[in-house]
Design a protein around this ligand. Sequence first.
Ligand code: NAP
Ligand code: MG
Length: 491
Amino acid sequence: MATFEDVKGVVDDYYPLYINGQWVHGGDGERLTVTCPANGEVVTTAAVATKEDVDAAIMAAWQAWPKWRQVSQQERYTILLKIYERINAKLQHFAMVEALNCGKTVSGAVWEMLFAADQFPYFASVLRTHEDGISRPYHNVRSLVVREPVGVVGAITPWNAPFIMAAWKLAPALAAGNCVVLKPSSFTPASSMELIKEIADLLPPGVVNVVNGKGSTVGQWVLDHPGITKLSFTGSTEVGRTVGHAAAEKIIPATLELGGKSAGIYFGDIPEEKFGDAVACGVQNILMLAGQGCSLQSRILVEDTLYDRYVEALAGVFRGFKVGMPWEEDAQMGAIAYKSHMESILGYIDSGIEQGARLVCGGHRITDPPFDKGLFIEPTIFADVDSKMRIAQEEIFGPVVVVIKFHGEEEAVQIANDSVYGLGGGVFSGDLAKAIRVAEAVRTGTVTINGALSNPAGGAFGGFKESGIGRENYKTTLDHFSQLKTIHFPL
Ligand code: NAP
Ligand code: MG
């Protein structure tokens, strides 16, 4: 069994900022202290950027841009493939870094690393087939319609999946010929810094820069800086609104990948031999990442004819779910990323009880040793939940699922759509036509039929409603990182 001692060496004691191809210490010597949420141990520190460092990063990006935008498609393709090879060769390393910093299991994090690596060959391929156009509006005029990069992208990422979110932004931004200033979450800078360490020599100085620090300071400086010509943000809806305002103020595009409260819909007609799969999906689609995933299905809608049996089966698996230290091979679920977030989850559990939902299992912080030094919450199920309750409307972002009863297809869709969010979702049914009708009727960016949630490259990912604007992980993402120019040739 792996121990903390085995994994703690995967991170450096200290990460400087990365600006203009140099590791620099940052203006006034301030540091972020990063602790492991599973045991409270300090695992690393990182330099905090000052406003001058943010200025320097953006200036370096603009200095690099004229050359970088002229790098041929073929050459950029080759660089992206080399980035892929570097990540792919160290999947386990990056997974351990991510687990140590975020509290998630190493085994789960490996999947994220695979998907993150795959962004680079995916966008390398998209780049090679992303052809510009020519039209003939009159017999003596030719119009070339060409794509140009937007310039310098401000990329801001959340703490729940910092490595893959950095990859989702860097791969298309670089493929399209942009330079990037990345601001990772101040809770989880380690994996982004390890990524940059690994790939820095493949990119000219200034093409990618990283500034660490709090969102309210460093993040806001990135948003407001006149040198940023595109914002690519993943995080909460609340901060997403601030990002949208900043973009509006400067008249620049913003991609906003925001919160969710996705519904998995389970119909009474699930064939007997598929019932076990349907329960496994219900479990997997909320408990992976200990519920700290934007498109996880934190609302389970079950048809009245199946309701009691489904809740009982779900509870059976939740009760036996192995919570463990992230580095333990048999751990199925790890920790909550930071203390105030854990307190917020526990607050939602209290609110569910106060509003009259039935607590079926879990509901507490785990305080038996060795969990007492970390931030762990039991896998929790609320049944008999009304869609208007806070626990059914607000994003809890923890290992807490609410199970809501419905009668018939129409009510299932109505409850699923009774949300300000529209990010993910699922349908489980023995009737494929019905499943497709429902998938089309729910107002969300992604729906999975009869299966567990997965977001491989090539599946457009993004939100309806307050879950965001724009799509990542798809060929059209390159369009969001570029703009069209028309060059007319009167002959
Ligand atoms: P968050 O609080 O919105 O923070 C996201 C990022 O924005 C962090 O880097 C944060 O920095 C920074 N930030 C905060 N205030 C800022 C400001 N005023 N200006 C500029 N940047 C600012 O989100 P989170 O708590 O990290 O992540 C959880 C949320 O992300 C959930 O709502 C989840 O659903 C969402 N999410 C969405 C997707 C998706 O693809 N749709 C994927 C993953 C997560 P600090 O952390 O340093 O404050
Ligand atoms: Mg937050």
